[in-house]
Write a protein that binds this ligand. Structure first.
Ligand code: SF4
Ligand code: SF4
Ligand code: SF4
Length: 206
């Protein structure tokens, strides 16, 4: 059996399939519950009230109110590094991981500064890139989708600023929603607008 984390035990989630959606740029769950001080600053910072206090007092996303526009307000107010942009630079990422395992906040801060310097050694600043804010993707249950049942509905497509959901017209008034999973940012904007709640958000395990 895979290792069971403290939070899984608290959630009664021994299989690990009830992991909440943390705010964007949350560090990996095992570290997150260590670093997050449950200060609620991210909860208060989100203008759209998408972050709520979840089990154990830890913040989690509530996509029932809308989608995240990645404004970074929650990231900016998090002083504990529980929400943190991680550089895609390989060296930097490896150093961060090592430092997170061995030490706490101050060490991570120092490592970040070093990492940034390393980054500029190898790349020009306009190439600086970070890990995505999360690994959430959308899945649509086509059997229950209104559009697949010849009822006019484009709600999910219309809510997606990135135009990730397109509709493929077929015979009989059916229009199949086609999702470009690669391009989906997991922002969640399509989740609450589906009149029959057939859109699911899922954490992708890497
Ligand atoms: S990035 Fe902005 S919209 Fe998204 S959860 Fe954070 S504060 Fe809210
Ligand atoms: S701001 Fe950071 S430390 Fe505070 S509750 Fe949010 S994630 Fe946790
Ligand atoms: S399909 Fe993906 S990118 Fe488009 S609204 Fe839904 S979650 Fe956001």
């Amino acid at each position: 059996m895979a290792n069971i984390t403290r939070m899984q035990l608290l959630r009664g989630d021994l299989k690990g399939d009830k992991r909440p959606f943390r705010p964007p740029w949350a560090i990996p769950e095992n570290y997150f519950v260590d670093y997050c001080t449950r200060c609620d600053k991210c909860v208060d910072a989100c203008f759209d009230e998408l972050i709520v206090k979840g089990r154990g007092g830890y913040p989690q996303m509530d996509f029932s109110k809308g989608g995240c526009d990645f404004c970074e307000d929650c990231l900016t107010v998090c002083e504990s590094n529980a929400l943190k942009k991680i550089s895609l630079n390989k060296t930097a990422h490896q150093k961060n991981t090592t430092n997170q395992t061995n030490s706490r906040t101050n060490d991570v801060e120092e490592a970040s500064e070093e990492d940034e310097l390393d980054l500029y050694d190898h790349l020009s600043s306009d190439l600086e890139q970070y890990l995505p804010p999360w690994h959430i993707k959308v899945a649509i249950d086509l059997k229950k989708c209104l559009s697949m049942n010849a009822i006019i509905c484009r709600s999910c497509g219309e809510s997606c600023d990135d135009e990730v959901i397109k509709f493929n017209l077929q015979l009989g008034g059916v229009a199949e929603p086609i999702l470009d999973v690669e391009q989906c940012t997991g922002c969640g904007a399509c989740f609450s607008v589906c009149p029959v709640q057939v859109i699911q958000l899922k954490l992708i395990e890497l």
